[in-house]
Design a protein. Structure first.
Lengths: 234, 660, 499
């Protein structure tokens, strides 16, 4: 429900520049937005709980080592927006029933289990729901592929190929898992490996063909030499 | 005007006045009223103020605007003749080479009110407070790509580049080819070479599939130059800002008295300074310089001699000192660094003589300072380690002695006795096991007595190791590594002996197995031939085969025992080596740069297409500025991902090129 | 009216770049079928780094499916692992008929099983002969029985092969057709044979046969893969004796295999380096050049269903000495061949006879080429295969296709796709095997349903067809040159996606 089959979005502000984005993000509707919001809250809530569990465990470990916990008297609240205030809030939370429950959970899990599990939970919570891959074509400069990262923490991986280095762009077929898929490929001069466009999503033939035509038009059309371009890879 | 018509007009006016006399009187009254209440004066004042404002503000602006276009032509002229660079820090020729033009040109004008005098090929830019991006129009262009970028700051050594910055030394790529052509023709290397060849052929084949070979246009080839221009832009702006006064005619003005006073005072001070400087530079500086060069020279000579000793091979193919000992290798690395630094420093000095935007030497800079940092770090850590070792040398020596006794003598002895008595229920050949075990035990006994004899000297050795660590923490590590190999010499020799026996046995078994199958190994052709054996040959071979086959487990168990011991020692040495290479080659400086200023480590460029929705809406009512379809693109530099990698080259920062 | 055209998938483990009879059969047949307006794709497994999708001459599309190879280019027999890919290919290429080749190819067997499950028509071509006695043969025969009990029609390359297949798989003989292999005559011209253009110029004098003097060297050519079943051991034993008996003879041996070392050793022990030349493995387009260097072709094979290579040899103008096994006696008329029993002595004797006959000038080898050309043509093979397709798809009626049955069998020979009918057919395969086969088929069917749910049909791209040729009329004699050379495989290189 949160994702769709890969669909194509074209942005083309001028004839010489075009961006083809293949995304699994469905069109934004109100229910979907609400769902997103819900998901966001759920993520924040879960990560908070994980953090609190780790904190509870840390407090336990510290006290077992004999370090005296810093105690604040309720009369002298530390100033707002300071580290002490946060610690104070955390400590007061520890005394609530919820905090005690979390402390019991934290105490019952072994440390070698707790730390990797917490790390895995954080990783899982930072995973992106949808994928997005794009191809930016700039006449005279080159093409740039980009891939959305798997988590929200990393930035998009891009690869820019200057026009000079582009030997060819074509559509090809290959085995992928139990399927034969069409894919768009850029052959880079002087490199052993070809660059696959939309490598993660591998959209359907129609999209790939649209992008292929668009890229060739955007890169080369109107330069005079392409009047005899045939659909050579078909 | 014809007199007749004048008369006619006069008659008409007179007639009209007489006919409307009341209107005339009203007007007269109005004038009288106005004169009484000062209306005229106020109107006149207003007019005067308006005129003054018009003359002082609008006329100059209009004039300026008209001159602006002429100004552009003027700028073009000055650019061509290079006026702006006369007082520039460096000659512009070098940078022109990089940027691919012989001089600078005017591309267009910004914020002009009228387009009448603008050359059609020029670009008109218009900025407005409401929009983030300037608007571009050009009479000749059908569409516009507007690429915005943040100017990299060349004084801070920021720059953008098409390829990721190469922090490893460049000759690494060709290195494996030379090695494989030599004696190291292992199966693996051959396989890799064949794979490589296959891939190359595939790439060649792929070329044949391109139906149209597109010759890149001049514009396509210009990208590296554009990148250089972007890199230069900050410095260029500085130069132009400094020299903008040279534009147009300048009135010559005499200096005022106070300025004259200041000027003469400055001249006086400058004179004194210059005199002092010449004194220094003529008498003192050459002496210091000579002395310094001499010191450097002797240092270099010494280092070279040491290097020759370290790399001396009795015969080609024999091991040199540096191959055997980790300490020698460490000394060699340091010596090579010392020899290399002055040259590197001189090269880096030359960087100052050019525009800061010339980015070719930036990797060298990073490499140089990285090796300096590493050595400094090494020495600091070494001092701490060294003082600790020297203070606790007795304790350390005791520890080492205990370790040696427990692990290299007693553990080995108990292991061998275990093997002699049918280990883990494995029924070995008792006689052979007893023979081998007794042999090894006897050698261990002898060795342990040797170690005992040596043990009083151990604290002194430890003290020496500790002392050496003032030359860097890598020294004691290398020495401990060497110490380990010397003190476990007996394990190495056991390993060699057992491996040799085991190998013999395997070889014999293999050839006897061929005899079994009626085949033989043809040495000349290196293949397996079939062969007819006599009956007695077959009989003896079979008996021998059975015999050796049943003895194999016993030999194998001993071999495995020593091989495992050897493996443990090798892995310990590998641990030391890893520590050493961390100390010698860790890309500390590059990592720090990555934190401090990522744009000093460019990993290529990337573009971002900006949304143009609001932009399109805002200019819908602006008819004057009919602009072509425009795409706004933002140019950014991607960041190099620094990865640690062990390298053998001296003073190089091993930074993998894993940039995207 | 237009003849009906089909989308056909040829499935076999054996295809180029590996040389061999089955391989060239598939290629030539596909090529000619494309000429006749059909769409043909070939599905095979990967060869070294050759995996992915390639195009050959004439728009022939080849899928090299990445698979595990075990022995002599045959893939590991996994019953169901091939199904997902096969289904994907069949849907995207809109396949109607699956045509499997080679009874040793597990890929082919799997494809036929799955194609039946998917409701496609299937044809099987058998290229080899098998015994009935040893364990391996029994297993293969059982497997063959399993597969062929539900196949729509089978094709064999020779009558011997047909008998063998019918016996092994207990088939209805009427459901097995015999369509022989053929050779491309243009590719196997004798030395000094005029090309077509020269021939058209006018009358050419009938050349007299080349007479060999008593001291002229007679060259004997052997081109075969050096495996046990190709009779390499016989060859190893016979060569020294032949060379001893006939002084002015020499051997050229092309091909490679595990028995090559034995041959080499024989050469070295008998010091025959100057009289026996070993060329190693040669490319298929070089076969003619090697053959024309000789006078006699020796074929010592122990089992052979058809033996395309002896037709090629005869077409090159070589006198053929071969063992009398399998389908070989059907292949060539008796004046082109000397037969021998598959024994060392007999081969030596037969070769001696052939050498004597050659020296005597009794054999008009120069006429062989034209005769062979008249006998074998791929267009004819394609036409006959097409009739099989017509028959199983119902384009021509059952009576017309199968003719009158003399045995009194009245049931229909059209194999319908109902699961229960298929199970009935499989159940009859044996007491235990029948049940096992039924289990396999049921699992296969369930697997099919799972796949339909997991990879829905509508999510699979339908791929574009290569522009089809207008179907040629049956009488049209097409003289297409379609050399199966390696260079033609320079198709679009498919980079591996899963890096």
């Amino acid at each position: 429900m949160l994702t769709t089959a890969p669909r194509l979005r074209i942005r083309r502000p001028s004839p010489t520049t075009a961006e083809y984005t293949v995304t699994t993000l469905p069109p934004q509707t109100l229910p979907l937005r609400l769902l997103w919001l819900l998901l966001l809250f759920l993520r924040i809530f879960l990560s908070l709980i994980t953090l609190l569990v780790i904190y509870a465990r840390w407090v336990q470990e510290r006290s077992s080592f004999g370090a005296a916990p810093t105690l604040f008297s309720p009369s002298s609240l530390p100033p707002l927006l300071s580290l002490d205030r946060i610690i104070f809030l955390l400590d007061t939370f520890q005394d609530t029933p919820g905090g005690k429950l979390l402390a019991r959970i934290a105490a019952s899990i072994k440390l070698p289990v707790l730390v990797p599990v917490a790390a895995a939970v954080f990783y899982a919570l930072s995973l992106r729901v949808h994928k997005e891959e794009s191809l930016l074509v700039l006449r005279g400069l080159g093409v740039q592929t980009s891939e959305s990262p798997t988590t929200y923490l990393a930035s998009a991986a891009t690869r820019f190929i200057p026009t000079e280095k582009i030997q060819d762009i074509f559509v090809n077929e290959a085995f992928r898992g139990f399927e034969v898929r069409y894919y768009l490929v850029v052959v880079v001069e002087g490199e052993e490996d070809v660059v696959v466009v939309f490598p993660g999503l591998l959209p359907k033939r129609k999209i790939v063909e649209t992008v292929w035509r668009g890229v060739r038009e955007c890169l080369y059309e109107g330069r005079g030499e392409d009047s005899r371009v045939v659909a050579n890879e078909k | 005007m014809h007199p007749f018509s004048t008369v006619t007009l006069g008659i008409f006016v007179a007639g009209y006045i007489t006919a409307r006399w009341d209107l005339v009187t009203r007007l007269y009254e109005l004038v009288l009223f106005a004169a009484e209440y000062g209306v005229v004066l106020r109107v006149a004042r207003g007019l005067v103020v308006l005129t003054v404002i018009f003359i002082t503000i609008f006329v100059p602006v209009a004039l300026l605007a008209r001159r602006e276009t002429r100004l552009a032509h003027n700028v073009e002229f000055h650019l061509k003749s290079g006026t702006f660079f006369r007082s520039g820090p460096h000659s512009p020729n070098r940078i022109y080479d990089l940027c691919g033009h012989s001089s600078m040109h005017v591309l267009g004008v910004a914020n002009v009110s009228s387009q009448t005098e603008v050359d059609p090929s020029w670009v008109c830019a218009k900025t407005s407070a409401s929009s983030q991006y300037p608007r571009i129009a050009c009479a000749k262009a059908s569409s516009v790509q507007l690429i915005l970028y943040d100017r990299p700051h060349p004084k801070g050594m920021q720059y953008i580049s098409l390829n990721p910055i190469a922090l490893a030394l460049g000759d690494k790529g060709s290195f494996p080819d030379d090695v494989t052509s030599g004696e190291d023709d292992s199966e693996e290397a051959k396989h890799a070479a064949a794979n490589k060849e296959n891939r190359r052929k595939l790439v060649e084949k792929l070329k044949q599939h391109s139906i149209i070979k597109r010759i890149p246009s001049a514009r396509d080839k210009a990208l590296p130059k554009i990148v250089n221009q972007v890199n230069w832009s900050w410095e260029l702006e500085q130069v132009l800002q400094q020299n903008v006064g040279r534009l147009g005619p300048r009135p010559k003005r005499g200096l005022s008295v106070s300025e004259r006073v200041v000027e003469s005072a400055t001249t006086m001070r400058n004179y004194v300074l210059v005199q002092l400087w010449t004194l220094l530079s003529v008498y003192l500086f050459p002496i210091v310089q000579q002395a310094f060069i001499l010191v450097l020279f002797f240092h270099r000579v010494l280092a070279e001699i040491l290097l020759i000793i370290l790399e001396f091979r009795a015969k080609p193919g024999y091991a040199a000192l540096k191959d055997i000992s980790a300490t020698a290798q460490q000394i060699e690395i340091r010596l090579q660094q010392f020899c290399y630094w002055p040259m590197q420093y001189v090269t880096l000095r030359q960087r100052k003589a050019n525009w800061a935007s010339v980015t070719t030497s930036h990797p060298d800079y990073i490499r140089f300072y990285n090796s300096l940092w590493l050595v400094a770090n090494d020495v600091i850590i070494g001092m701490a380690v060294g003082s600790y070792i020297i203070e606790h040398k007795e304790w350390v020596a005791d520890q080492i002695r205990d370790l040696l006794r427990v692990y290299t003598v007693e553990a080995l002895q108990s292991g061998i006795s275990w093997l002699m008595g049918w280990p883990a229920g494995l029924k070995l050949n008792g006689e052979l096991a007893a023979f081998l075990g007794d042999l090894f035990l006897w050698v261990i006994d002898y060795w342990s007595s040797c170690i005992e004899a040596l043990s009083p000297a151990l604290p002194h050795i430890i003290w020496f190791v500790g002392f050496s660590s003032f030359a860097g923490a890598s020294m004691p590590i290398a020495m401990f590594s060497d110490l380990l190999s010397v003190l476990t010499m007996h394990i190495y020799s056991f390993y060699l002996a057992s491996a040799r026996i085991y190998h013999w046995q395997l070889t014999i078994l293999r050839s006897l197995f061929h005899l079994f199958r009626g085949k033989k190994h043809n040495v000349l052709r290196n293949r397996i031939d079939s062969c007819d054996y006599d009956l007695d040959q077959l009989l003896v071979g079979t008996i021998l085969f059975t015999l050796l086959f049943f003895l194999l487990p016993t030999v194998m168990v001993f071999y495995l025992n020593f091989a495992i011991a050897r493996m443990i020692i090798i892995s310990m040495k590998a641990g030391f080596d890893t520590l050493l290479s961390c100390l010698n080659h860790f890309p500390l400086f590059a990592l720090m740069l990555r934190l401090k200023d990522p744009s000093r480590l460019p990993g290529g460029i990337r573009f971002e297409l900006r949304d143009t929705h609001d932009y399109k809406l805002s200019d819908a009512n602006d008819k004057l500025f009919n602009e072509p379809p425009t795409s706004i693109i933002y140019l950014k530099s991607t960041v190099q991902h620094v990865a640690c990698e062990e390298g053998d080259d001296v003073g190089d920062v091993a930074g993998g090129q894993y940039g995207n | 009216m237009g003849r009906k055209t089909y989308n056909i998938a040829m499935v076999s483990d054996f295809f180029f770049p590996q040389p061999g009879g089955v391989e060239s059969h598939i290629y030539q047949l596909s090529s000619k079928l494309i000429d006749r307006g059909h769409k043909v794709i070939i599905i095979t497994h990967n060869y070294d780094d050759r995996k992915g999708v390639r195009y050959l001459n004439n728009g022939l599309k080849v899928y090299h499916v990445p698979f595990l190879v075990i022995y002599r280019a045959a893939t590991f027999p996994t019953v169901f692992s091939f199904f997902p890919i096969l289904r994907n290919i069949c849907i995207r290429e809109q396949i109607e008929i699956v045509h499997g080749h080679g009874s040793l190819s597990s890929l082919c067997h799997e494809a036929i099983l799955h194609a039946r499950t998917m409701g496609l028509r299937t044809v099987f071509t058998d290229h080899s002969l098998f015994g009935f006695a040893d364990a391996a043969s029994i297993l293969t025969n059982k497997l063959l029985k399993f597969i062929l009990s539900d196949v729509d029609h089978s094709i064999c390359v020779s009558h011997t092969c047909k008998e063998n297949t019918v016996l092994r798989a207990s088939l209805d003989p009427l459901m097995v057709s015999v369509i022989p292999n053929a050779v491309v005559g243009e590719n196997f011209r004798p030395r000094d044979y005029p090309t077509q253009s020269e021939k058209g110029e006018g009358f050419r004098a009938e050349s007299s046969p080349r007479l060999l003097g008593p001291h002229d060297v007679i060259t004997i050519v052997v081109i075969s893969r050096l495996f046990y079943n190709k009779g390499t051991d016989l060859l190893t034993a016979a060569i020294p004796r032949i060379l001893e008996n006939h002084p002015n003879t020499r051997f050229i041996i092309a091909g490679s295999g595990p028995k090559a070392i034995d041959l080499e050793q024989m050469i070295e022990t008998n010091v025959l380096q100057d009289r026996v030349e070993m060329l190693g493995s040669i490319r298929h387009e070089d076969v003619r050049d090697v053959m024309t260097r000789g006078h006699i072709y020796l074929h010592p094979s122990l089992t052979e269903a058809f033996g395309t290579v002896i037709v090629e040899a005869a077409s090159c103008g070589l006198y053929v000495v071969c063992t009398q096994v399998g389908g070989i006696p059907e292949v060539l008329p008796s004046h082109m061949t000397t037969f021998a029993k598959p024994e060392e002595d007999d081969i030596v004797a037969a070769t001696g006879k052939a050498i004597t006959a050659m020296r005597a000038g009794k054999i008009r080898t120069d006429k062989f080429h034209d005769e062979v050309k008249k006998m074998y043509s791929w267009s004819n093979v394609a036409m006959r295969t097409e009739r099989v397709y017509d028959g199983i798809c119902g384009t021509i009626s059952e009576e017309e296709f199968y003719g009158f049955d003399t045995t009194g069998y009245t049931g229909s020979r059209i194999r319908d796709f109902a699961l229960i009918d298929r199970l009935k057919r499989y159940y009859g395969c044996g007491i235990w095997a029948g049940k096992l086969f039924c289990l396999c088929v049921v699992v296969d069917y369930l697997f099919f349903l799972l796949l339909e749910w997991w990879f829905p049909r509508e999510n699979i791209d339908i791929c574009r067809d290569w522009p089809r040729k207008s179907p040629a009329e049956d009488t049209a004699e097409d003289s297409m040159k379609a050399a199966p050379n390696q260079r033609s495989t320079s198709s679009i290189r498919v980079a591996k996606l899963d890096r």
